[in-house]
Design a protein around this ligand. Structure first.
Ligand code: MF3
Ligand code: CO
Ligand code: CO
Length: 266
């Protein structure tokens, strides 16, 4: 449970993570490599007095995760991955500032999206919103997964099971686990001051995943599209506060489909 200076530390880390994600939006464009995005994001984080949490975390080799199209999560930035018109890319940023972690991600459109791309990105964007709306003190972790799973499946999409949200603070990944689907043990009580992420990974086809031989890259078993959005939040007396909230629109993501129109895709 966090309050006082600890919570202020989490707010600062969350704000920097949000600023870093905003910075990364314009980098996602046709012809860019995912390594170029990694390097620019790395420099941005370091120049703000923070550390990119992924770098060397359990042997992870880069500073950010870039997950393109059928990649569910943990895509490793590479000079060989040149972004092309129609790709979708999740950029997942985690910073350590003053010893506290802030973790946030979004899926971006490269150029002009296909109808399938719009569907999976806008459904997953809404899944995060609905998961957040389910958070209240006295509620349960399972309320989040319930809200996400019923919406995603109602739209004919599926929810990834192998990867879940997580407690966060001085450590990158702490308890409790935050599944985005109903599961045993999800009856943990939500209490004021708990800090955790919600980060639903939503697939167009099967929820099943496999991990490539690099030991990190998780892809959909049927190679269909996957998308994800993530925020870090704290439970408050009335609901929650999004620690990685943005103060402006996310380029190449929130600005591509106008909100009124996005509703019709979702
Ligand atoms: N940022 C991811 C998450 O949301 C974790 C990435 S772990 C890494 O939990 F090692 F791949 F960076
Ligand atoms: Co996370
Ligand atoms: Co993350």
């Amino acid at each position: 449970m966090k309050s006082g200076p600890d919570l202020d530390g989490m707010r600062s880390a969350g704000r920097l993570a949000a600023e870093t994600l905003l910075f990364s939006g314009p980098l996602v464009r046709v012809g860019a490599t995912t390594l170029e995005i990694n390097d620019a994001v790395h420099d941005f984080i370091v120049s703000h007095g923070a550390v990119p949490a992924p770098l060397n975390y359990m042997g992870y080799p880069r500073s950010v995760c870039t997950s393109v199209n059928e990649v569910i999560c943990h895509g490793i930035p590479s000079a060989d991955r040149v972004l092309a018109d129609g790709d979708i890319v999740n950029v997942d940023v985690t910073v350590i500032l003053g010893g506290w972690h802030g973790d946030t991600s979004a899926t971006f459109y490269v150029g002009t999206p296909s109808a399938e791309a719009v569907k999976i990105v806008e459904v997953s964007r809404r899944c995060l919103d609905l998961g957040i709306a389910a958070v209240r003190p006295g509620g349960r972790i399972g309320d989040i997964g319930s809200a996400v799973q019923s919406y995603a499946e109602g739209k004919g999409c599926s929810v990834v099971r192998q990867y879940v949200g997580h407690g966060i603070g001085r450590e990158f990944h702490e308890g409790p686990q935050v599944p985005h689907f109903r599961s045993a043990g999800d009856n943990v009580r939500l209490r004021e001051g708990m800090t955790f992420t919600i980060e639903p990974m939503i697939n167009l086809g099967t929820w099943k995943a496999r991990v490539l031989r690099d030991g990190w890259t998780a892809i959909t078993a049927d190679r269909k599209l996957s998308a994800q959005f993530e925020h870090t939040l704290v439970v408050t007396s009335s609901g929650c506060e999004i620690l990685t909230a943005r103060d402006r629109v996310l380029a190449n993501s929130e600005d591509v489909i106008p909100p009124e129109k996005a509703a019709s895709y979702r």
